[in-house]
Ligand binder design. Structure first.
Ligand code: NAD
Length: 502
């Protein structure tokens, strides 16, 4: 491939713009337990940093096992009443929550962008989808039934009941702090469970604000938020004997740790882990449509997206043409701080540690023969900005094609036939999502069926809807977010059999 490398991207700054948030916008820097914000068990705090400026914008308490135990006790005490509530009543409360979030969309978007650096367009979309998730679950829980009652053994009437599990522990990541919380909280509450959520230590502000905004709708103890690190508060939640299920969205290693912690109490485990989505582009695909779709799907949320279109496998006969179009799209991306304009498309990496991780991949890549077509490194600080990058000449099995980079980086590999495309697409341990690009319907059905991923798009990528499930295969975990499948995951079925012989 003959594209010349080079980065002309600069970070758009908003030096004179007012700060995104004021002191008044911040939630209380405490835990939310039993319906109120409470003092933590220790004075230890965690700095919350704005990744555009590297400034500390808040300090939250570092939750301990003691704080988790207190929150779980509140959730246990609340579960009976909440679980017995009719679906209609719970549905009304979820609708009320959706309305409150919608009314505070601007505040929540600004808070999310201040904490993560993500463009306001992304934060607004997150809040919009949060509202939709609560509305969907509010409706779905009223329409959910079990299979019809009947006599399946002579003179015995069987009823199949759907029950809440009890108390659910939830651990969320930093990439979509509010939205990932909503994907758990809405179905968990709809199904009649109570919960304790531990947001990412890096991005707790929108979850705490959410609790503050909806506290008057929920009985005390139904929703509890405990701040803290994974190894402390998160691990205690996973192992707690009174927690009936632990649901984590995060990295594969955290998933393993949570599953191990859950093993002794044999609680259910629900894991939404990493992704490394292949984008399989055949020679008959609409290349321009694929390139412009990847401008969004590869760089949405600065590539810090588990379904990001990050790994292109393109037929060798059209590879040069496709790369040229893709590079054109990527070079046109607008990188900047959230206040720099509504048209900013790419923000910084969420933290210094993550920035180092992403740039580390870019520094090592040339040693495996990989070439930079555009981007390829850090942008000027302050802040943790990385240039939108396309890597070409990527050999099979290269580190950048195998591991989840979770940044604004697309790799391009080539293949010569369908068998090779499918084998290489499936040749990673993760199985969250993938896409196929072809104008041939027989081929798209067949290839989609052979791809080992929980979601496969055809001539599209990263389009989600509340009605359809989201979740992975293989190393991407198990359990489903969104849709009726999530409601099902947070419920248990009970068979009650009546002898009515006379
Ligand atoms: P992370 O695993 O570092 O952290 C996620 C959460 O797990 C945090 O709250 C953290 O404190 C907690 N945690 C860490 N170790 C723990 C432990 N031992 N016990 C309990 N909790 C622990 O992940 P991250 O860096 O915040 O998020 C990025 C990862 O999340 C990526 O791998 C991404 O693919 C994945 N992700 C997946 C989805 C999905 O739907 N599949 C969605 C978003 C993010």
């Amino acid at each position: 491939m003959t594209i010349a490398a080079g980065t002309t991207t600069t970070v758009r700054r908003a030096a004179d713009a007012p700060s995104l948030i004021t002191e008044d916008d911040l939630p209380p820097a405490r835990h939310f337990i039993d319906g109120t914000f409470v003092d933590p068990s220790t004075g230890r705090v965690i700095d919350v940093v704005d990744p555009c400026t590297e400034n500390v914008i808040a300090r939250i308490p570092e939750g301990t096992a003691e704080d988790i135990d207190r929150a779980v006790a509140a959730a246990v005490a609340a579960k009976g009443q909440w679980g017995r509530m009719t679906p209609r009543k719970r549905s009304e409360l979820l609708h009320a929550i959706a309305g409150r979030v919608a009314d505070n969309a601007d505040l929540l978007s600004r808070l999310e962008s201040a904490n993560t650096g993500k463009p306001l367009a992304v934060s607004r979309d997150d809040v919009d989808m949060t509202v939709d998730t609560f509305r969907f679950m509010a409706g779905a829980v009223r329409a959910t039934t079990s299979i019809a009652a009947g006599d399946y053994a002579e003179n015995h009437l069987s009823l199949i009941l759907r029950e809440p599990l009890g108390v659910i522990g939830v651990v969320t990541p930093w990439n979509y702090p509010l939205l990932m919380a909503a994907w758990k909280i809405a179905p968990i509450l709809a199904a009649g469970n109570t919960l304790v959520i531990k947001p990412s230590e890096q991005t707790p502000l929108s979850t705490l604000k959410f609790a503050e905004l909806v506290e008057d709708f929920l009985p005390p103890g139904v929703l509890n938020v405990v701040n803290g690190y994974g190894a402390g508060a998160g691990a205690r939640l996973a192992e707690h004997p009174d927690v009936n299920m632990i649901a984590l969205t995060g990295s594969v290693n955290s998933g393993r740790a949570v599953a191990r912690g859950a093993a002794d109490s044999l609680k259910r485990v629900h894991l939404e882990l990493g992704g490394k989505a292949p984008v399989v582009i055949f020679e008959d695909a609409d290349l321009a449509a694929a390139a412009s779709s990847l401008r969004v799907a590869g760089f949405w949320n600065s590539g810090q997206e588990c379904g990001a279109a990050c790994r292109v496998l393109v037929h060798e006969s059209v590879a040069d043409r496709f790369v040229e179009q893709l590079v054109g799209e990527v070079r046109a991306l607008s990188v900047g701080e959230p206040q720099a304009g509504d048209d900013v498309e790419v923000g910084p990496m969420v933290s210094k540690a993550h920035f180092d991780r992403v740039t580390g991949y870019l520094e090592r890549a040339p040693k495996e023969g990989v070439r930079v077509a555009t981007g390829g490194g850090a942008l000027d600080g302050p802040g943790y900005f990385v240039a939108p990058t396309v890597l070409v000449d990527v050999p099979e099995g290269a580190e950048v094609a195998r591991e989840e980079i979770f940044g604004p980086v697309i790799t391009v590999e080539t293949f010569s036939d369908e068998e090779e495309a499918v084998r290489r697409a499936n040749g990673v341990p993760l199985g969250l999502s993938a896409s196929v690009w072809t104008e041939n319907a027989r081929r798209s059905h067949d290839i989609a069926a052979r791809l080992d991923f929980g979601t496969v798009w055809v001539n599209s990528h990263l389009v989600l809807a509340g009605e359809v499930p989201w979740g992975g295969f293989k190393g991407s975990g198990y359990g489903r977010d969104l849709s009726l499948y999530a409601l099902d995951d947070y419920s248990r079925t009970k068979h009650v059999m009546h002898n009515h012989e006379r």
